[in-house]
Design a protein around this ligand. Structure first.
Ligand SMILES: *Cc1c(COP(=O)(O)O)cnc(C)c1O
Length: 226
């Protein structure tokens, strides 16, 4: 995987240091997380609070940064802020308020938040998945930036499976890059662009991703959880 990321950076004319590999460890056991840490991985991601909380506490002594990348119910905010350094899936104002209150109640260091963008919401599809339509980014970003205990870190996207961007990850990631440029006019420090998974990390890196979230291409195909 290191080689694949390095090649993608090379092809895009970017330095390897510009892209952080975040290994998505969902469904894999704690032993795999330990193994990854031993191999030098420093960023891991999970998408379910219950599983993440258990693994993070079992790995508390390891030098890992934990990224939460799944849809997040507001009532889980208090649990998530206990272990997460980053939440990539901020997509509504209620969640911003919930995370901010949770960080303060739990007396945690500032939580780095990314706004999850859903391009397919423009066309009315994709309602069941997380994310906010591009038109909603500014309001959410301002709310995160103003919320005590939260830092606005950037944008996250999963390449759409429906709508006009379905099957066109290059176009989707190019759009994300434009949205990120727009965001940085107002919030210059929000430089993270979390995009690209096992299937499309090359396209994401070519379009400026700073963080790729890779699961199966590192750890093998997950058992089907439904
Ligand atoms: C599972 C997951 C990934 C990783 O997907 P792979 O195809 O296994 O690389 C990335 N991002 C999110 C939000 C995920 O839920």
């Amino acid at each position: 995987m290191e080689e694949r990321v390095a090649r993608a950076c090379d092809a895009a004319g970017r330095e390897r240091e510009e892209v952080t590999l975040v290994v998505v460890t969902k469904t894999y056991p704690v032993e795999d997380v330990r193994l990854l840490a031993g191999l030098g991985v420093r960023h891991v991601a999970e998408n379910r609070d219950q599983e993440a909380a258990g693994k993070a506490s079992a790995c508390a002594e390891l030098p890992l940064q934990w990224h939460f990348v799944g849809q997040l119910q507001t009532n889980k905010a208090r649990s998530v802020v206990r272990y997460a350094n980053f939440v990539h899936s901020v997509d509504r104002l209620r969640l911003v308020a919930g995370l901010s209150a949770a960080v303060r109640r739990e007396q945690r260091p500032d939580l780095r938040c990314l706004i999850q963008v859903a391009l397919d919401k423009e066309s009315g599809a994709g309602e069941e998945r997380g994310g906010v339509a591009p038109a909603g980014i500014e309001e959410l970003a301002d709310a995160v930036a103003e919320a005590p205990g939260l830092d606005l870190a950037g944008l996250m996207m999963v390449a759409p499976l429906s709508g006009v961007y379905a099957g066109r990850p290059e176009t989707a990631f190019a759009r994300l890059r434009d949205l990120s440029s727009g965001l940085r006019l107002r919030h210059p420090a929000a430089t993270m662009v979390s995009a690209g998974m096992s299937a499309d990390l090359e396209e994401a890196i070519a379009a400026g991703a700073t963080h790729v979230r890779v699961g199966s291409a590192v750890l093998g195909v997950r058992p089907d959880l439904g």
